[in-house]
Design a protein around this ligand. Sequence first.
Ligand code: DI6
Ligand code: FE
Length: 409
Amino acid sequence: MSPAETKPFDYLIHNVNLATMADDTDYGIINSACIGVKSGIIQYVGPQAQLEHPEDLEKNAESLINAHNQWLTPGLIDCHTHLVYAGNRANEFEMRLNGAHYEDIAKAGGGILSSVRATRNASEQNLFDSASKRLKSLLKEGLTTIEIKSGYGLDTETEIKMLKVAKRLGKEFPVRVATTFLGAHALPEEYKNRADDYIDLVCNEMLPTIAELELADAVDAFCENIGFSYQQTKKVFETAKQLGLPVKLHAEQLSDQSGAGLAADYNALSADHLEYLSQASIQKMAQKGTVAVLLPGAFYFLRETKLPPIQALRDAKVPMAIATDSNPGTSPAESILLMLSMACTLFRMTPLESLQGVTINAARALGLEKEVGTIEVGKKADLVLWDIDHPNELSYQIGGSNWTRTFKS
Ligand code: DI6
Ligand code: FE
């Protein structure tokens, strides 16, 4: 084909309704629209009538896709998961339902540490295979970006093994993977009563090695009575800062440790969980633009009764994201759409807020908002087609999926 005949788009989706999510105050709906993509980048969004050859769509694109009036949204983003781990903890679920408490199980050497034992013993292939199964479920619901944390290794070798598996998932599946180093997730058995020594290992050995190997896009910690203290978390953040890595934090999940405020002090991308969040920390998050990542799956599975302060976050204009927190102990979740439903029913978020929570605000929580999270010219063509009549259906439906297909840049 001569250059003169080169068509402007690789593909053009027409007869489509868009929820662009490009406006912070609504869905950004464009009915009967067209979207043109070239080299994985969105090049045109708008009415068909404004195309160069509106009467002859064939002239515009190598491939034409008639969406038959279905709805297109940005690809969904799960911005907080622990997808890579071995085994499961159904036994602890049963123990809890017989009266044991999550924190007591953890203190007795179960909880996170039981997943650590299984993950240390698992081969890389075994971890890849079990995480692949979970990832496949999420991909069937239009996921195009996922964040995956380490944190079930708690030694340098196993933390590296987990992050390598996460990276490999991104190579073998049509999904963008953002990796997060969570070495400060729990105190490993061999460091019992020596938490400061373990934090030294995290800061002096694990973090520099992982930064050198370029295995992590961000650094996280669990700031909690059963995790690490404010001061220990600060040390991890300080090291991350020296290495040029952005931070995020498991904060205020079981008690108020002022962790979210500390995270904001370090310009964190996000503070996550937040059931016990204080007004002082909300103000700091608002000032710094720290995203509040809300995790209804963990709230539900722990049968938590203290709600995160949604109205206060809303009033302070803190961006809110929603994620699965997919993990064996507190949220064995493999459905992002179910999290939208739970965000609405349990947290009283609106359907619009919950969809923003897995698109634009989830992109912000990963520092990827310039590339993904909305349907706009210049952004990556990560798109999902849904068989629905309105985008509010995405959080309305309980179970099932109206997913039709995903376009991944
Ligand atoms: N909070 C959580 O909900 C997960 N990690 C964390 O810090 C739970 C991890 C687990 O119980 O395996
Ligand atoms: Fe988590």
